[in-house]
Design a protein around this ligand. Sequence first.
Ligand SMILES: Cc1ncc(C[n+]2csc(CCOP(=O)(O)OP(=O)(O)O)c2C)c(N)n1
Ligand SMILES: [Mg+2]
Length: 355
Amino acid sequence: MTDTKTRKGTGKPEVLKPYGVSAELALELMQEMLLYRRFEEKAEEAYAIGKIGGFCHLHIGQEGACAGTLKALREDDYVISAYREHTLAIAKGVTPNAVMAELYGRIGGASGGKGGSMHIFGTHVRFMGGHGIVGAQVPLATGFAWKIKYRAEDSVAVCFMGDAAVNQGAFHESLNMASVWELPVIFVVENNQYGMGTAFDRVSTTDMQQKSAAHGVPATSVDGQDVLATYALFRELVQEVRDGAGPKFVNLETYRFRGHSMSDPVSGTYRPTEEVERRKKEDDPIVVLRDKLFAGGLLDQAGLQEMDATARKIASEAADFAENSPVPGPENLYRNVWAEVNPHGRLFFDGRRRD
Ligand SMILES: Cc1ncc(C[n+]2csc(CCOP(=O)(O)OP(=O)(O)O)c2C)c(N)n1
Ligand SMILES: [Mg+2]
């Protein structure tokens, strides 16, 4: 994405030692998180002036969850998520152009402009959506993991969900099956503590760490605002699951810096403004990593600005691409409804890359 080598300082990389992460990788994570932040800000701006319509849930504040986890995966690993998925799609390899064009509802979008914000897919890189029904992706992830095991592959399935999904029946059915069949799947709760306007402790008498216990699925908690800790945990878990350890559950503690969706206020009555302001100040995953890199002499202000400029450029080029992509015409009405047959007589679902 950028020439991170030029940003490698001469300072003490001891700051990275506890995580077992190289300076190059830490700088890559920084560049990626900056891109996710600038991309979402660009989408926010486009939404505000009416260029994007419908639902739109931003991931701002949760960039560590995205960068730290996906960095530990291979291209043939499956990722599936709920509707707060724009940046997860990018991290898995869907281009920023295709994600932005999907938000704009344009033909160049990842789902041909017919899915929008909540339904971004990139099956060519095994990004399996983008799902609007809370918890709906959890049984699907279990199915991918079953397929991996059935075909004796060594990929893993990673299923992201919000904290509200753990009270859905589908979550428990899926964890039970995954456990009984020892499937290669990691269930990750992006625990931002709220499901729309409802705090988690108002809808649960047990804490998140206990949610998988009844199914015998081992649980771990991690500070998702610390991208290095998140990466270090996933590097370990992914390897264990790839090696046949069976399913895992991760309580990834994070916080969203915006409202639930573009139509909701940032704080509202369900969470005090002071709480939001404090978390933004103390727990911004980009600032947390920046401070470590500065302290270790691995990055300076000029280097950070250079990286930020790269991120802003990619986000703004994505918006230009979306603007210039046509809206899908009526000939697309019946496309992607049924599986199509290719010239070899095999069924396929349209997962081609659109740039
Ligand atoms: C089955 C179902 N019930 C209700 C809704 C309405 N709804 C949309 S988002 C949401 C909250 C989900 O919160 P969480 O899982 O914590 O994810 P977050 O938005 O915090 O990322 C609800 C209740 C829905 N989409 N699906
Ligand atoms: Mg939530």
